[in-house]
Design a protein around this ligand. Sequence first.
Ligand code: ADP
Ligand code: MG
Length: 576
Amino acid sequence: MKQLKEIARAQKKQMYLLYVLALSIGVIVIGQTYFIVSIVDGVFLKSANMSDVLPSIVGLLMVLLARALFTYLNGRIGMKMASKAKLQFRQKLLSKYTKNPIQASLKGQSGEKVSIMMDAVDEVDSYYSKYYPQMIQTSVVPLIILGTAFYLNWVSGLIMIVTAPFIPIFMIIIGGATQKKSEAQLEKLAAFSGRFLDILQGLTTLKFFGRAKDKQEVIRQSSLQYRDATMDVLKVAFLSSLALEFISMLSIGLIALEVGLRLVVYQHLNFYTAFFVLILAPEFYNSLKELGSAFHAGRGSMGAAKKIIEELEMEEQPVIWGDKILNGGAQPPTIRLENIQFQYGETGFSLQNVSAEISPFAQIAIVGKSGSGKSTLLQVISGLLQPSRGRVNINGSDLLEYKESSWMDQLSYISQDPYLFSGTIRENISIGVKGETSQIELEAAAEKAGIASMIQELEHGYDTTIGEGGRGLSGGEKQRMAIARAFLKKPSVILFDEPTVGLDLQTEKILQESIYELSQSSTVITVAHRLHTIKNSDSILFISNGELVAQGTHDELTNSNSDYRDMVSLQRGDVG
Ligand code: ADP
Ligand code: MG
């Protein structure tokens, strides 16, 4: 996997350190063997007493300590590299997800994205924490052992050279299978996470419709599939370590046989050398075998990395904004909708032929049946969705010619379900304002939005924390929070998606007054359900099935369009 290696290479200091550690470990292995052999040779053959072998014992202890320390450091460096790499992947994913046009984030399950972001990236860990350091170690330590073996007894060295390749060959064969299996496993996990999150998000709905049981079964099946995929991966991994164990046992046996013959039968070797080689041999194969198990971990990571990179490379056409500055000034901009078309995906709902001129300070109502495309049009005007044909023209230029922030800075978009972040009420209201907001400004905004009294009743007032997505607040309260945001931000264009469901009269009245006050200093485009809003607007865009079928004042449309008449007569009456 090229990308994984590049990330490792980029961490030069760590890489060199790993090589230095590997060299040291190689030397330590030889030293350890030397001391063990000296002690045994001294005690058993040369009948040395304690004081003679004491230096060797101390030496052995030191070497063992050093080996433990270096192995630990090796792991530490690997872990450091891993956490850096994971950070990089997560940052890349995050920046991709945040740059994605809204259309892209509407596609697919959010659970799957979360799974890639969390689990797949975590899976990458073992490449750096296990595989990479081990690979460096294995490329150094066996060579040092091999050199020593050749120097002491070349026949043993030869046996090592001949048998060694079997281990990587097996690793590659089995590793290939593991990678496929682990890719399958990750896919199952992503599917599982996706289903799980989606079902969790819809749990209340499912309960009301008595479908929770069915979904339980879906989760069960999905988790069973994941289990099977995991077991498959483990099976291969266990099988391969068995095979590797077997190969190395055979090879060590071969060396033992050879050394034994030469020592006892032919008497070519002295005990010291024979013993030395015999102790080195397992170290040699161990080092290769460890690469084997690290290799499996690494393979798993490669499967995960592939998934991440696929996700990163998935072409999402970015929305490119220009750098024109939209001057705030005293007057809201003139907005012209020029033959706008928009479609969700290839075959989804489409919006057609929407043309309208919205002059500064105008009060525009968008009306139409549910599902006719009102909210979609509002999002196109806001710049969140881009028309596939036609354009939103602002002060004579295409909206996209402006700098994104210079447009967004002048805009308040109060959707039907405004998003509140987990944080304090203060933070949530002042989110659109650059710099500090004074308590007085904050309270004034909340007052105008009609939530000041509600907030004051809370134990911690403006410092009350609210949950993600505004948990703990009602729909009406969330909208009023959004309106308070608008009061602070003082936008020149307000897009407002009126609540369809009945708020209580009191709240509704406050909302009306708030919007009226906001409209004094800005253009307001409202998806209107209430007759009051509709009647009071300067112009009404009547949408049916994604098409703008008529526009004009309430009186004009009532006189000229029977569909409009029918629809409006069904609207809820005016409050107050
Ligand atoms: P309205 O606000 O008039 O009720 P919307 O603009 O919300 O209607 O939706 C218009 C149509 O577009 C509906 O049929 C709806 O199912 C579809 N739609 C809305 N959002 C999406 C989306 N994110 N992806 C695909 N289709 C969508
Ligand atoms: Mg809507």
